[in-house]
Design a protein around this ligand. Structure first.
Ligand SMILES: Cc1ncc(COP(=O)(O)O)c(C=O)c1O
Length: 390
């Protein structure tokens, strides 16, 4: 069964796509569920079922603790980030409604919204200033009487730029607009404290910064949004079984069907590991690598770094446009085949982000790292780039 996909010399710098390696204990926890627990939740009371129920509850509680959120019943476990975003967008917006988004959203946001254009929903994009900050004055002017939702990526998956979600939350509060935050690239990398911000939906995947498995995510909902949102998926919840009407209490309102329990065990283990290491430690490690990488890039001719260089509002995602080569894809390909350095090239499911940064349609080479990467790996990537571009 075992096959060597990665050699000792492989340098994985594609953490924005999915984390590698997963947090310590994730694989073992998933194996434990599949081979030893193997029971459903919310339906039975024998011991393995109770163990599963405890893991589900503790996972909600750990997410609350991580994100400064007070109510575990409003932590909805979902099949992943794209599903969470669809649940918010399609569960809320109705014909005649208007939404605002940043100009640097992932297609996880843009495709559901674009799909709704055919159903009488409209949206506008909030521009970025030249210094790669979100233009909140423009956002204010774009608000209409029918604006119901603002959706912002917390950190761009192309440039790593962090958007000011606390300020956006204030603007939304003033105007009675729901704010949904796509924290795909920030959760597990930088602090997010919902107790100090007005955010109605925080969507987080398990498999990126939290270093859990794919196929599970979470949506932390404010009471107001939970009420306003129609459940996209309805069905059996193990509760209120006497009626064919979906329960309206939380979290059952949004959690129908048997959940991804191996995923819950894996995410639970990943959150335990994050608690052990500490978010502050992970953040400082990642920032040190980012600083080292940016400093190194400055010594190489023929590279344009996309987006801000301000470390206070940038995560470990760095996109470069290689100005002296015909095709950025060739650089990524040579990094992988000649040096074993794995990055991601192209448009990163975010065409308008590249239009915003002037890198459409050629795309960029994206390096993304987290605290499991090392200074040596950063240096190897820099040395390889030097050799390719010399
Ligand atoms: C900013 C952002 N939003 C949404 C997604 C979609 O996440 P997933 O593919 O895990 O559903 C991604 C994935 O890269 C992302 O970077």
């Amino acid at each position: 069964m075992s096959q060597e996909f990665f050699s000792d010399h492989t340098v994985y710098l594609d953490q924005a796509a999915t984390s590698r390696p997963k947090a310590a204990g994730v694989g073992e926890a998933m194996r434990f569920y599949i081979e030893e627990v193997c029971a459903n939740v919310n339906r039975s009371t024998y011991t393995p079922a109770t163990d599963a129920a405890i893991h589900v509850l503790e996972t909600r509680e750990k997410l609350c603790a991580l994100f400064g959120f007070s109510d575990p019943t409003h932590v909805i476990l979902t099949p992943g980030q794209t599903v969470s975003l669809n649940m918010v967008i399609k569960g809320l917006l109705r014909p005649g409604d208007h939404a605002l988004v940043s100009s640097v959203e992932h297609n996880g946001v843009m495709r559901p919204l674009t799909q709704l254009l055919d159903h009488g929903v409209s949206f506008d994009r909030i521009p970025m200033h030249d210094d790669d900050t979100l233009d909140l004055d423009a956002a204010r002017k774009l608000i209409r009487p029918n604006t119901k939702l603002m959706i912002l990526t917390h950190a761009s998956n192309v440039s790593g730029t962090v958007l000011p979600i606390a300020d956006a939350g204030e603007l939304c509060r003033e105007h009675g607009i729901f704010l949904a935050v796509d924290a795909a690239q920030s959760a597990g990398h930088i602090p997010i404290d919902l107790s100090s911000m007005h955010v109605d939906a925080l969507c987080v995947p398990s498999h990126k910064g939290l270093r859990g498995p794919a196929g599970i995510g979470a949506m932390l909902l404010s009471p107001a949004l939970a009420k306003a949102l129609d459940p996209l998926i309805t069905g059996g919840t193990g509760s209120d079984s006497h009626t064919e009407v979906q329960p309206d209490y939380m979290p059952d309102r949004f959690e129908s069907g048997t959940p991804n329990l191996p995923g819950v065990y894996g995410l639970h283990a990943a959150l335990c590991e994050l608690e052990r290491e500490g978010l502050a430690w992970r953040q400082s490690q990642e920032e040190a690598l980012l600083k080292r990488f940016l400093r190194g890039l400055d010594t190489i001719v023929g590279i344009r770094i996309i987006g801000t260089r301000d470390l206070a509002r940038k995560i470990g995602v760095v996109s470069i446009d290689c100005t002296t080569v015909k095709d950025n894809a060739e650089v990524a390909d040579r990094l992988a085949t000649e040096f074993g350095i794995l990055t991601r090239c192209g448009l990163h499911c975010a065409p308008n982000t590249h239009k915003t940064y002037g890198t459409f349609p050629q795309g960029t080479v994206r390096f993304s790292f987290n605290s499991s990467n090392t200074e040596k790996e950063i240096d190897l990537a820099l040395e390889a780039l030097k050799r390719i571009l010399h």
